[in-house]
Design a protein around this ligand. Structure first.
Ligand code: C2E
Ligand code: MG
Ligand code: MG
Length: 415
């Protein structure tokens, strides 16, 4: 019926060149209600949402429920944009500011909306709904209460879908590769270890960096498989270096939030390491992730540390570490985020942050590694500040496994 309604509104709008708005509204956290207070209350909650939406929307008959927790709202022939904006703000934001009380339970919900306008965003019912949905997806991704459709949105959704299917292919056809970047001691410049950084060998192009595809892998859960692949690959490369008679360096692998949250992550690590005697595998975890579920992290990381794995906190300084927890985390190093090193010689605040992080780490008996060191000057200052290790283009860019072998060979000859 709502489809028909929209058809009528469009027809009526054409002669006076009027505009029509289509809103798709999702109720956030609705599943939470479903899971915690049960099905019956769930129906009552939806009724209450429907009542509130109808009461605050200027055209009560143009409100319909189109899926479990999704509503469509139409506004025919509005006069100006501020009238529309006011209606949206009231319906999507104000209406949900009062808590819900359903069957004795009190909780709050919020709404999120995507909006498409006739005629600019589509000339027919289907196109308007499709584009309002693209805007809704965007609103959710950006955590905005509402977003207006923009022409690029469908292109972006198509791009994401294409990348997702390419990632499945990449996993199947082993198109991922690991490059290794050395970390060296600030004093004496000896290699302290390597970090493994993933790349995708796109058959249609060159090497694609992780920034482009890790978010998609995380969203789809594929990161679990790819992350496991990376850990296995490192163990295989280390075995290869060992076979060539080289001194096998420790290698750190970046572990995603999604992987660490899995209940069986420690088990995965345990079985990987059980089959690989004499391993030298470490992990890096970003600061923001650790602080998300601190008690859970401590427990898991203790088990992992007991397997002989060293743990570093990556991108340190960009999250919001609680200092009292920092001392309880079973980690062995902090990696100062590249942005501070980059700005260190330009802004005093950055210099203070770098020097404070180094003192803090040493007070907690942790090692400090500076990321993204590009100049001799940065290196000299870090030496003065007694930073333990540096990593960055100044020493070397990330390189393929056989170049690592060559580097290790030269190092052995030089020693
Ligand atoms: P990260 O772990 O903080 O890695 C450091 C990033 O800085 C790498 O980018 C590295 O190539 C780059 N870098 C190193 N030295 C310099 C320098 O001197 N100057 C500049 N401008 N950049 C430098 P990359 O390889 O693009 O990786 C980006 C991020 O992707 C990594 O940040 C890490 O969080 C993530 N990542 C990489 N590999 C994996 C993986 O196997 N699994 C997961 N979950 N994440 C990964
Ligand atoms: Mg890292
Ligand atoms: Mg980092």
């Amino acid at each position: 019926m709502l489809d028909e309604r929209l058809g009528q509104l469009l027809q009526a709008a054409v002669p006076h060149e009027a505009r029509v708005a289509v809103l798709l509204v999702d109720i956030r956290r609705f599943r939470f209600v479903n899971e915690t207070i049960g099905r019956q209350s769930d129906d009552n909650t939806i009724r209450e949402c429907a009542r509130r939406l109808r009461e605050s929307w200027p055209e009560q008959d143009n409100v319909g429920r189109i899926a479990s927790d999704r509503f469509a709202l139409l506004l025919g022939e509005f006069d100006n944009e501020s009238e529309l904006l006011l209606a949206i703000e009231q319906t999507v934001i104000s209406t949900f500011q009062t808590a819900f009380t359903v069957d004795g339970h009190t909780f709050s919900l919020s709404a999120v909306a995507g909006i498409a306008l006739f005629p600019e965003d589509g000339a027919d019912v289907d196109t308007l709904f499709k584009n309002a949905e693209a805007a809704l997806v965007q609103a959710k991704a950006a955590s905005e209460p509402y977003v207006f459709y923009q022409p690029q949105m469908n292109a972006r959704m198509a791009h994401t879908l294409l990348l997702e299917s390419k990632m499945r292919g990449a996993l199947e056809h082993e198109q991922f590769v690991l490059h290794y970047q050395p970390k060296v001691r600030t004093h004496g410049a000896r290699i302290a270890g390597f970090e493994a950084l993933i790349r995708w060998k796109d058959p249609d192009g060159g090497l694609v960096g992780p920034g482009e595809f890790i978010p998609i892998l995380e969203e789809t859960g594929m990161i679990n498989e790819v992350g496991l692949w990376a850990l296995r690959r490192v163990l295989r490369d280390q075995a290869e270096w060992r076979k060539r008679g080289l001194d096998v360096p420790r290698v750190a692998v970046n572990v995603s939030a999604v992987q660490l949250r899995r209940r069986d992550f420690t088990e995965q690590m345990r079985s990987l390491l059980a089959n690989n005697a004499g391993q030298a595998l470490d992990i890096e975890i970003t600061e923001s992730l650790l602080m998300e579920d601190i008690e859970g992290s401590i427990e898991k990381l203790e088990e992992i540390r007991d397997l002989g794995v060293k743990i570093a906190i990556d991108d340190f300084g960009t999250g919001y570490s609680s200092l009292s927890y920092l001392s309880r985390l079973p980690v062995h190093a902090l990696k100062i985020d590249r942005s501070f090193i980059d700005g260190m010689l330009r802004a005093n605040e950055n210099m203070s942050i770098v020097s404070s992080v180094i003192s803090l780490a040493h007070a907690l008996k942790l090692k400090v590694i500076a990321e993204g060191v590009e100049t001799d000057e940065q290196c000299r200052v870090l030496q003065e500040l007694e930073c333990d290790e540096i990593q960055g283009y100044l020493v070397s860019k990330p390189m393929p496994a056989d170049e690592v072998a060559r580097m290790l060979q030269q190092n052995a000859l030089a020693a």
